[in-house]
Every structure is written in C-alpha cells, then in structure tokens.
Design a protein around this ligand. Structure first.
Ligand SMILES: C[S@@+](CC[C@H](N)C(=O)[O-])C[C@H]1O[C@@H](n2cnc3c(N)ncnc32)[C@H](O)[C@@H]1O
Length: 202
C-alpha cells in the first residue's frame, strides 16, 4: 500500500484527525493508516493531509472492527492507537463499544511481535474495562508511559477538549510479547445468543 518498508501505525476512530495529521508531519519515516467510521471525518482529514502533501498516510471510512478482523494482514503493524473511543454511556448500548475482547485479540493479531497498543480515554469506567479486557490476553504486557517515545505528546481533538475542562485522562500502553495461538472461528449462533442475553440484562 505504501510502496516502502517503513513501519505502519494505525489510528482507529481518528475523528477530525488532529493526531494523525500532527504525527504524519512529525514522522515522515512512518506510514500511518487511519480508520474512521464517519465518512465526513474521513473526508475532512483526507483534505487536511492532501493540503499538506502528506503521502505517507492513508485514511478510509469503514468499521475498524471489520478491518481488524478480516483485512489487515496479521503481524504487519508497529503501533495501534485507540484514543477516546465512543463511550456509549447507557448500559444497553455497551455492546456498541469498539473495545471488546474480540477487538483486543484482533489488535494482537495484526501487531508485529514487540508492537504496541496505545489507548487513552477520559471515561474512567471504560478505561477499567479496557484494562480488564487486555489483562485476559497474556501476550500483552503493560509498558511504562515514556514521554520520549515518538507520538507520546501528540494530542487528539478529544484530548485537547478534555484537558481544557480539566477532565482526567487515562492512558496506557501494551507491548505484544508473544504470538497468540489460533482462535476458533466464531459461531453466528453464539453471537446471536449473547446479544439476546445482553438485551435482557438491561
Ligand atoms: C469520541 S470520538 C474520538 C475521536 C478521536 N480519536 C479523538 O480523540 O479526538 C470516537 C471516534 O471513533 C469513531 N468510531 C466509532 N466506532 C468506530 C468504528 N467501529 N470504526 C472506526 N471508527 C469508529 C467515531 O466516528 C468517532 O469519530
């Protein structure tokens, strides 16, 4: 896709693209790929990238869950960035959340060995859920937040807003330390059953 062998970093749900644009400007030797489900944000960000002549970035309008599960080659990505995923506050809407065990396992699958998953949110309860989910995957290890790592100090749009109103920001980084064993294919019947259970629990 990029025509070179530079490392690839993916941002999931990049919104108005502040992180993607700033990172691409600061790091020309890294390829960036953004996946955003809202077409209007993809077009907005694509325009910003094009006006700066940044050709080492690609953005698509799609569901990241589908890309991670089916389209991104395994062991191909250096860093996955997931910043301020939609909280879907109501309990009955939690099943719409991006960050599930399946998604976390797909992050592990697409990352190269030693690759990094970087997460942030201003929703404390969502952060705990993400940490608990990732704790179930033994191939991920928590690593320190090192401000000297490229990209560590680049803000997203939501992060800027949260800082302005003084909302605490929760952040963590995980390293892939081993390959995961192959996962069994998911059964449609099981998915349907779990959705019914989730509905009745609300
Ligand atoms: C709360 S916003 C955060 C935007 C940006 N990361 C930031 O920090 O400013 C969440 C973004 O994720 C996008 N999103 C939600 N579900 C998605 C999915 N399944 N695949 C890709 N993007 C998604 C939304 O459209 C929205 O732009």
């Amino acid at each position: 896709m990029f025509g070179n062998d530079h490392p690839v970093e993916i941002e999931v749900g990049f919104g108005k693209g502040a992180f993607l644009v700033s990172s691409a400007v600061a790091r020309p030797d890294t390829n960036f790929f953004g996946i955003e489900i809202e077409r209007k944000y993809q077009l907005l960000t694509a325009g910003r990238l094009a006006s700066r002549g940044l050709s080492h970035v690609r953005v698509c309008a799609a569901d990241a869950k589908q890309w991670f599960s089916q389209l991104i080659p395994p062991q191909s990505v250096a860093v996955v960035h997931v910043y301020f995923p939609d909280p879907w506050w109501k309990r009955r809407h939690h099943k719409r959340r991006l960050f599930t065990l399946d998604f976390a396992q797909d992050c592990l699958k697409v990352l190269k060995l030693d690759g990094v998953l970087s997460i942030a949110t201003d929703v404390a309860e969502y952060f705990v859920m993400m940490q608990e989910t990732l704790a179930q995957i033994s191939e991920f290890s928590v690593i320190p937040l090192d401000p000297t790592i490229p990209g560590s100090n680049v803000e997203t749009n939501f992060e800027r807003k949260a800082r302005m109103i003084g909302t605490p920001i929760n952040r963590a980084r995980y390293r892939k330390t081993a390959e995961a064993p192959p996962r069994p294919a998911s059964s449609p019947e099981v998915v349907a059953e779990s959705e019914v259970v989730a509905d009745s629990a609300d």
